[in-house]
Ligand binder design. Structure first.
Ligand code: ZN
Length: 296
């Protein structure tokens, strides 16, 4: 575990307490607004954390929802860049990679968890590399599309990580980044009980502003974004998100119900004040950036 003394985005050491959870402090940079855990762990330290126990509940309860979401995402990705080679970093059990392969992409995957890799290989016959991105041995300018589904919040140095992603993507290649949205109403209402506030494994908490800044710094131009809702009425009722009692819990339930109604009616675009608690950002590589990407 490494103590973080300065902001990954702007380098400033000035920060203010944001919250604490699981005996860890989360702070907000006073200069650029990035919210981050004051302790981070490297991929090698996290390797054992992403075990069968970590993935099994996901496979049982959330895989269906994830597949639904991925079907929407692949349509958008195909509209922006198709055909070509696609790399999914942190591909987990391989649901997205399988979908991308079926849609006609030439796919590759990297995954830290050995258990998830074996699941992807056995279930979907995917060729997935087990290990860290830096050890995968990909040549520069290899991929047309790179996807990062809920990965950037898990890495110990997002700037260096995105620089390595930049190196692997072709010029004008498409990068898709999806992360929890710390500025969402759900995150604010649920506070530390927001399910995605998890400083033991989520070291960084982005919003559209800080994610756009990260992408610009690492050689990408943002072309658009979408958001969706992780927090559902069911989660609030099962006390998975939000305080157990009180007005904020009631507000969160009302908010989650409102979202369901908007989604059911296929209301597009969503009103600006209802920003989902997960954001997907689409960006294109505009330039090569260089730097020491040995450790992230
Ligand atoms: Zn900062």
């Amino acid at each position: 575990m490494k103590h973080v003394s300065s902001c990954n985005l702007c380098g400033s050491a000035d920060s203010v307490f944001y919250c604490s959870k699981d005996s860890l402090s989360v702070v907000r940079c006073l200069k650029c607004g990035l919210i981050y855990s004051s302790e981070v762990r490297s991929h090698s330290e996290m390797k054992d954390h992403y075990s069968e126990d970590y993935f099994k509940p996901y496979l049982q309860t959330e895989a269906l929802h994830a597949r639904k979401r991925f079907r929407k995402r692949i349509k958008e990705i195909k509209r922006l860049r198709f055909p070509g080679s696609l790399l999914d970093i942190g591909c987990g059990a391989g649901f997205f990679l399988k979908l991308a392969a079926d849609e006609g992409y030439n796919v590759s995957g990297v995954e830290l968890s050995q258990w998830a890799c074996e699941y992807a290989r056995k279930t979907f016959a995917l060729n997935v590399i087990n290990g860290e991105l830096k050890d995968a041995g990909f040549a520069p300018d290899t991929f047309d599309v790179i996807t990062l589904w809920h990965i950037v919040e898990h890495v110990s140095d997002p700037v260096k990580f995105l620089m390595e992603v930049n190196r692997l993507l072709k010029k004008d290649g498409l990068l898709v980044v999806e992360v929890p949205n710390i500025r969402s109403v759900a995150a604010k209402l649920a506070g530390t009980n927001w399910e995605l506030m998890a400083p033991k494994e989520h070291f960084f908490y982005f919003d559209l502003h800080t994610m756009s800044r990260l992408l610009q710094m690492t050689g990408f131009a943002v072309s658009g974004n979408r958001s969706y809702f992780w927090t559902t009425p069911g989660m609030v009722l099962r006390a998975k998100a939000g305080p157990k009692t009180g007005l904020s819990r009631l507000c969160l339930l009302f908010f989650a119900l409102l979202i369901e109604v908007f989604s059911f009616l296929r209301f597009q675009p969503m009103p600006a004040f209802i920003q989902g608690d997960v954001i997907t950002v689409y960006a294109f590589k505009t330039e090569n950036v260089s730097g020491n990407t040995d450790e992230f």
